[in-house]
Design a protein around this ligand. Structure first.
Ligand code: GLN
Length: 536
């Protein structure tokens, strides 16, 4: 019998529902249970692939090439789970499936309604996830009371009813604000939010309360009384230094045992050592002196919204824990980088990263960032578009191919050192039409990449349309830029400049594969190289 944990959110968004779901998954895995996740997003886009990173944050890509919500990244980073297309579903996808079925005549002329047709579709997605695992964790995006989320809440209510109150736990994540002028934590928003959930037919069994500080007993008591939740089930989730401290915080309040008891599962062995070590390392890093801080510059165009680079930021945190490094990320708006100010902008910087991106804006600044790193022996790491601009920079400034460019930015360039494959050129729709997901590639012997990965065969995740044009590869090689890994179908995957302390760029997105207990070697070695350059 599948067991379900449903997580809803109240009061406001951005409370960390994804991190909470991921932390719960981590605790259940530490107890030896097999888990899976489902993110239900009430918005009408069919998938987040075409959404603006400014509005939505990063698009997270799975092994099988699904373009998903960034919360899925948290699920993977905290656990051993590897997610697929069916781990993320939006209202838009449900509607499009329903309409397709209706057009095919599958409903035999019946009237198609939210209940039962849409809810059945949602319930079947939930049941699919529960198959073959001990516990499925289902997170509902948005906040209760949102008009779009109603069919999703209704679906989980029905699953609770069908299971006669067993095999399901409803968790509600809420907010308890602190009012400075009266020096008080206020419970009213939580009361209202639970009331809204109750009006939709769901009594939460556990409340996880975000607040700037630990909830005192009297506040827990008050929340319990007004929300009909047992006092011991009111869990405090105060602001923490790092999201990787949340599993420990929840375990200290016995959340894992409550869940297992509620789901009528037996309490298996439980080991929190790994999470305790993380907390210990983070504290040790924090208490180090500021003088030892390694400064990494990220030259991107979405620098005002850090969520656009979520997986990169998290990968740095993993590398930081692995190498026990005090690290600071300096965000540099690529549109503002010029020949004149580069020296000033990159003063005291120990490593420069150019991340992925789309479109012309900020490209010339990114090229300047690469040039600065190359010419000044600063460790450089380029990701996807970051590799493409490294290729353009080298063409212009070393190969002297004037105005060399990617056809993405200049379709008529004389030197198309980055170009689109013929089959990509035929695609007109924008949704899910890129080179997406895992692809195998081989690393050459005697390369930096080989030293970093310590193996020959790789499988990394992609999300792009353009490629380093292999027709130019020989020209680059003779001038000192090597291709150090190629895909199975002969496309350049990693480039490097051997005659530089650390200059590496990849066409794929390593940030989607880094986990807190399996940091990505490219990030780890980039941080190590930055540390080296700090010593010099
Ligand atoms: N815009 C580039 C392409 O489509 C790079 C994409 C990316 O960085 N993810 O190829």
């Amino acid at each position: 019998m599948p067991k379900y944990i449903f997580i809803t959110g109240g009061v406001l968004s951005s409370l960390g529902k994804g991190v909470t779901a991921a932390s719960i998954g981590a605790l259940l895995e530490e107890m030896g249970y097999k888990i899976n996740f489902l993110k239900l997003d009430p918005y009408l886009n069919v998938d987040p692939g075409t959404m603006n990173p400014y509005q939505h944050g990063e698009v997270f890509v799975t092994d099988d090439g699904a373009e998903t919500d960034l919360d899925l990244g948290h699920y993977e980073r905290f656990t051993t789970v590897s997610l697929k297309k069916n781990n993320s579903i939006t209202a838009g996808k449900i509607y499009s499936q329903l309409i397709e079925k209706e057009r095919r005549g599958e409903f035999l002329g019946g009237t198609i309604q939210t209940i039962p047709h849409m809810t059945n579709e949602i319930k079947s997605a939930i049941h699919d996830i529960g198959r073959d695992v001990d516990i499925a964790i289902i997170e509902i995006g948005g906040t209760v009371g949102d008009i779009e989320s109603w069919p999703f809440i209704e679906s989980i209510r029905q699953i609770g009813l069908e299971n006669k109150g067993k095999n399901c736990v409803f968790i509600h994540l809420t907010y308890v604000p602190y009012i400075e002028t009266s020096d008080e934590l206020k419970t009213k928003p939580t009361q209202h939010s639970v009331r809204t959930l109750l009006s939709l037919g769901i009594q939460p069994e556990i409340l996880i309360c975000r607040s700037p500080m630990e909830l005192p007993e009297n506040i827990k008591k008050k929340i319990a009384l007004f929300t009909n939740v047992e006092e011991s089930n009111v869990i405090s989730a105060p602001d923490l230094e790092s999201i990787y401290e949340l599993p420990l915080k929840l375990a200290q309040q016995n959340l894992h045992e409550k869940l297992i008891n509620s789901l009528e599962l037996t309490n298996k062995s439980f080991n929190l050592e790994r999470w305790k070590n993380i907390s210990y390392t983070l504290n040790a890093i924090k208490s180090e002196s500021g003088n030892s801080t390694i400064n990494i510059a990220i030259a991107g165009k979405y620098v005002e919204l850090k969520d656009a680079y979520k997986s990169i930021i998290e990968s740095f945190k993993h590398a930081q824990i692995e190498t026990k490094t005090k690290l600071q990320i300096n965000w540099i708006d690529s549109e503002k980088i010029t020949d004149d100010n580069a020296k000033l902008l990159f003063e005291d910087i120990h490593g420069i990263l150019v991340p992925g991106g789309f479109g012309l804006r900020g490209i010339e600044g990114k090229i300047k960032a690469v040039q600065f790193a190359r010419q000044n022996n600063i460790p450089f790491f380029g990701i996807c578009l970051g590799m493409q601009v490294a290729v353009i920079e080298f063409a212009r400034n070393v190969l002297k191919l004037e105005n060399a460019n990617s056809t993405e930015f200049d379709p008529n360039t004389e030197h198309s050192v980055v170009d689109m494959l013929e089959e990509q050129k035929k695609i007109r729709y924008k949704g899910a039409t890129m080179r997406l997901g895992n692809q195998d590639c081989k690393i050459n012997a005697n390369s930096l990449a080989r030293k970093i990965y310590q193996k020959t065969d790789l499988s990394e995740r992609h999300r792009h349309r353009y490629e380093f044009n292999p027709a130019y590869a020989d020209k680059y090689a003779t001038q000192g830029l090597q291709i150090s890994a190629m895909s199975e179908d002969g496309l350049p995957e990693i480039i490097e400049i051997p005659n530089h302390p650390f200059f590496i760029a990849c066409q794929f997105h390593p940030e989607f594969k880094s986990k807190v207990f399996a940091p990505h070697p490219l990030f780890v070695n980039f941080v190590k190289a930055a540390k080296e350059s700090f010593k010099d």
